[in-house]
Ligand binder design. Structure first.
Ligand code: NAD
Length: 475
């Protein structure tokens, strides 16, 4: 039944909890245990002064929420946005707990946020904000390789992670595993190949898995596979850009793009690299001048005709105002919380396949987990076995050639004997994780006859409840 009440005033955390309660009905667990799984374990709120470049002083507000300590460290990105508030940080931390459980990453969930619009600050000011925030987290024990490990999120990237790692190491001088205090770092500073593109790549693997299912695609009136499928992207940042790139490489067609400054539509497709370059050259201000496309109001982009709608910006974009006008057959939630609880009900009732955020954008935390493991083991993945495996493969194909009397071409031999590099291993680990998790969610959804968000959360709650049960406290 579609709820008629407006969810406009319902907080983000309340909406996440609404989805949680719906999913918890499928899990056989004690109510107190479910409360323990649901409630945010710890929140740190901080305000500190920033001396701006012009000498004026501004008070900066920030948060770090650790939703769950059932596994340690807790893990979650840091967001820089003018809309950040305590409720949002807690909601995103909760989503992180469920996300980690869905993809079997052994962390609790956390999230950080600073209420600033990064475009209003110089590089130097951003560095001072990031370093002070990190020092505050250290002082209150809200960061550390075994405590709580931040990562990039909306408005942050490698540069901020690099400042965090450097500040942590300066204060915790000599701590052996200090590099593992944050993930999403630059490669030269303990980062891992594939982390920057991981969330978008994971979105691609998730969508590819969903679109490969003949029965589900038939129900939606679509062919199997990504080739020829049209999609609209909201937000061409880190996640949106990479998801679009891999979808296009696999044959999908980007027909619409919505960004902060405007939205464009072209039935025949939009060239991703040309849009990205055009925006950079025009200071991210003049998307409406991009040649050969139709200009449309920003919000209308979500209602464009397409096979896949992909919000990859902020939350609450699809709500009870526009949910009934969404024309896409698949809603791929690349962003966190892009759909309100009320809108979700409307979409599901309309037969739209909603692939939920807690699963679909989990590629980022999955590869962050690999980076954390790399930092703890102090060795690049593949370093020990690459050559060994290459030699073994060469021996094997030599034996095949001798036995059959046939010779492989040089290109075939090269492909067959290639040992795995770090990038290969990360990508294959990500692909395996996203594919496995999708099948688990789909199978749960079918078994209980529920939507995929409810199924994904039920899968997560079940796993977390099991950890708490094994502690012997809860019945
Ligand atoms: P980002 O800052 O790199 O990109 C966000 C993009 O959205 C920017 O290009 C921005 O201009 C655009 N945008 C802002 N407001 C918009 C609007 N009203 N309409 C259209 N576009 C708008 O951020 P990101 O890291 O790509 O994160 C995007 C989403 O993905 C967030 O919800 C984030 O929590 C989620 N996410 C990110 C990661 C990660 O690894 N970065 C991992 C999991 C989930």
């Amino acid at each position: 039944m579609i709820s008629q009440s407006s969810h406009a005033e319902i907080s983000f955390l309340a909406q996440v909890n609404e989805s949680f309660d719906k999913a918890a009905r499928l899990v056989d667990a004690d109510k107190t245990l479910l409360d323990q799984v649901k409630l945010v374990n710890a929140v740190y709120r901080i305000a500190f002064p920033l001396v701006r470049d012009d000498g004026s002083i501004e008070v900066i507000e920030g948060w770090r929420a650790e939703h769950s300590h059932h596994k340690l460290p807790s893990k979650g990105g840091i967001r820089y946005a003018s809309t950040v508030n305590e409720d949002e940080v807690m909601a995103l931390a909760a989503l992180m707990t469920y996300k980690c459980a869905i993809v079997d990453v052994p962390f609790g969930g956390a999230k950080g946020g600073i209420r600033i619009s990064r475009h209003n600050y110089s590089e130097g000011e951003l560095e001072r904000i990031t370093r002070r925030y990190t020092a505050e987290l250290i002082a209150k024990n809200f960061i550390g390789p075994g405590i709580d490990v931040p990562a990039p999120d909306y408005g942050t990237g490698e540069q901020e992670m690099s400042w965090i790692a450097d500040t942590y190491q300066a204060i915790k001088h000599g701590e052996l595993n200090s590099m593992a205090c944050v993930t999403g770092k630059p490669l030269a500073q303990g980062g891992i190949r594939g982390r920057k593109e991981a969330t978008g790549r994971g979105v691609f693997y998730g969508l590819r898995e969903a679109c490969a299912n003949e029965e589900d695609m038939k129900d939606l009136g679509l062919d199997t596979g990504l080739t020829g499928k049209t999609f609209v992207m909201q937000g061409l940042g880190n996640v949106g850009y990479h998801a679009a790139k891999y979808l296009i490489e696999d044959g999908a067609v980007m027909v619409g793009v919505a960004e902060r400054e405007g939205a464009i539509y072209a039935e025949g497709g939009i060239d991703l690299e040309e849009v990205v370059t055009f925006r950079q050259e025009n200071n991210f201000k003049s998307l409406e001048k991009f040649p050969g496309v139709q200009l449309i109001p920003n919000r209308a982009a979500l209602e464009l005709p397409c096979d896949i709608l992909m919000p990859a910006a902020l939350e609450n974009q699809i709500n009870d105002d526009n949910a009934s006008r969404i024309k896409a057959k698949i809603l791929a939630e690349a962003a966190n919380g892009p759909t309100t609880a009320a809108a979700h009900e409307i979409l599901v009732e309309r037969g739209i396949l909603v692939i939920p955020d807690a699963y679909l954008n989990a590629g980022g935390v999955t590869v962050s987990y690999f980076e954390w493991l790399k930092n703890l083991s102090h060795v690049r993945f593949g370093r020990l076995q690459k050559r060994f495996e290459e030699r073994a493969f060469k021996g094997l194909i030599n034996a095949v050639e001798r036995a059959t009397g046939k010779r492989f071409t040089e290109a075939e031999a090269l492909a067959l004997t290639k040992g795995p590099s770090e990038a290969d291993l990360v990508d294959s680990g990500l692909e395996e994780t996203m594919s496995d998790a999708y099948q688990h969610i789909r199978e749960t959804a079918k078994r209980h006859a529920v939507d995929q968000r409810t199924a994904a959360l039920a899968v997560a709650i079940e796993k977390i409840a099991l950890t708490y049960q094994s502690m012997g406290i809860f019945p």
